[in-house]
Design a binder for this molecule. Structure first.
Ligand code: Z5A
Ligand code: MG
Length: 220
């Protein structure tokens, strides 16, 4: 139907919960079902800012974390400050064209991981992302940290220690306490197909509902 906007669907969760796997599968399934859907991911490690963060995460640089973190947030905000195709104007434009966006990590990861570091409050970390397009659905893939750690490649990057992951999880839980946001917790310990089935059903409902309502702003 003309004029229907797309939905903004975000996947979050602890590390190795399957966000990237599920985001890709969801976009494929939605497109196969006749929806217009595209994938975005934060951080996109191939961009300039993404490379900075990757180098920090991979322990190749000790660049000031705040700089990287704020720059990542600015990528979500504006094309003027950063030539990354995942900015606020682009998100709004795509949604208004009727394209559903599936986003592999969003502002919530930025806040959870930055505020899990010492001396960063949750509220301070939320500020740069305040006013971004508000998701219509935020799926939180829930998985025991021990189970997540047993999945491929865990432990190589800076944040992939048990204690840090535990603090990031606590921050996610604080963010999930905000009932003005459409959080849905999904048990990510099941098979890839079972998890996909649940996310897909939630997404189909979300796409129908989003078409009837205006896009909101995050944390305002
Ligand atoms: N970060 C930040 O600091 N500031 C920000 O603003 C943002 C992020 C947005 C890297 O992110 C870091 O960036 C992250 C937060 C920080 N910190 N840490 N740590 P990333 O997105 O680049 O991370 P990644 O390399 O993609 O890993 P991931 O996201 O943690 O993994 P995942 O996407 O959730 O999982 P996956 O890649 O889909 O699957 C992992 C493995 O598990 C793989 O072998 C799969 O085949 C397997 N898998 C997936 N699902 C299943 C099921 N259901 N059963 C069994 N095995 C499964
Ligand atoms: Mg991923």
């Amino acid at each position: 139907m003309a004029g229907r906007r797309g939905a903004l669907i975000v996947l979050e969760g602890v590390d190795r919960a399957g966000k990237s796997t599920q985001s890709r599968k969801l976009v494929d399934a939605l497109c196969a079902a006749g929806h217009r859907a595209e994938l975005l991911r934060f951080p996109e490690r191939s961009t300039e800012i993404g490379k900075l963060l990757a180098s920090y995460l991979e322990k190749k640089s000790e660049d000031y974390f705040e700089t990287v973190s704020v720059k990542l947030s600015s990528c979500r905000r504006s094309t003027r400050t950063c030539p990354v195709p995942t900015s606020r104007p682009l998100i709004k434009e795509k949604l208004s064209q009727g394209i559903t966006l599936v986003v592999d990590r969003y502002a919530f990861s930025g806040v959870a991981f930055t505020s899990a570091k010492e001396n960063f409050s949750l509220d301070w970390c939320k500020q740069p992302d305040t006013g971004l397009p508000k998701p219509d659905l935020v799926v939180f893939l829930e998985l025991q940290l021990a189970e997540a750690a047993a999945r491929g490649g865990f432990g190589l990057e800076r944040y992939e220690s048990g204690a840090f992951q535990q603090r990031a999880l606590q921050r996610f839980q604080q963010l999930m306490g905000d009932v003005t946001l459409p959080w849905k917790t999904v048990d990510a310990s099941r098979s890839i197909e079972d998890v996909h089935g649940e996310i897909r059903a939630l997404s189909e409902d979300t796409i129908q509902a989003a078409a009837q309502k205006p896009l909101g702003e995050l944390w305002t």
